[in-house]
Design a protein around this ligand. Sequence first.
Ligand SMILES: Nc1ncnc2c1ncn2[C@@H]1O[C@H](COP(=O)(O)OP(=O)(O)OP(=O)(O)O)[C@@H](O)[C@H]1O
Ligand SMILES: [Mg+2]
Length: 283
Amino acid sequence: MKIPKRIQPLVDDGLVDKVLRQLMSGKEATVYVVQCGEHIRCAKVYKEASKRSFKQAVLYNEGRKVRNGRRARAMEKGSKFGRKQQEDVWQHAEVEALYKLADAGVRVPQPHGCFGGVLLMDLITDEEGFAAPRLNDVSMSPEQAVEDHLDIMQHIVRMLTVGIVHGDLSEFNVLVDEWGPVIIDLPQAVDAAANNNAKSMLLRDVNNMTSYFSQFAPELEKTQYAKEIWALYEMGELTAETILTGKFIEDKTVTDVGDIMDEIEAARTEHEENQQRLIEFEV
Ligand SMILES: Nc1ncnc2c1ncn2[C@@H]1O[C@H](COP(=O)(O)OP(=O)(O)OP(=O)(O)O)[C@@H](O)[C@H]1O
Ligand SMILES: [Mg+2]
């Protein structure tokens, strides 16, 4: 196809050889399938700020660090230079989050840099090599739903252990390839420690996922992963290896956080013992 204007500089620099087709045009960006040497990749071209929707909202930007003093001051003033800087921060937030998450073992597309508002990353594909469907486009058995739900909960935990909350996680921002769910679309990712809205965003992300999978496995509705994950995070006890139970004991009369943690710990031990019994049973 004809090379879109925004991708032309990447072609001139030899980063992209060919633009094969347009994949999607979303609210925030247009996504193309491109050829880079022998690799088929994906180029996400961000729309200009004025054409974007909600995601740049103040809520998400809180706590985003801008190290350079001149940049930070310009952004506060809202001058033309300031707006350009703001735009750069926004456009680089996704590639930075992707590198960090890929390193932490979260299933995201491997990024290959961001150049002039164009993010290059691996194309997630199905078994036939076509662009992978979104979670919203697939249906599944109850067993598969429980498995994929837990898988995503563990990815959310991994993200949080490196300080990131997705902030817009839904069945539209998760792709499914032959190995399971892959998380995408992170320009709004939030710094868990620096943003006061991180907790409510994490709760919303987790609950979105749980209600999506509940349509296939209704028993998931009763789980309380969101509260469990945040309680462990606040206590500094969340690690990539944490085994979640989906249980959270909410006792309004218990004000001592230590007591609550003891209860969670007891639930976890019980869960682990059950798992162990199951494994022994299967062997
Ligand atoms: N790495 C990828 N591999 C395969 N498909 C992708 C990839 N990245 C994005 N897509 C496709 O492009 C669509 C839009 O991407 P993304 O969600 O990142 O952008 P967006 O502008 O925020 O879109 P929306 O507003 O629809 O959420 C995705 O729903 C997905 O179908
Ligand atoms: Mg999206």
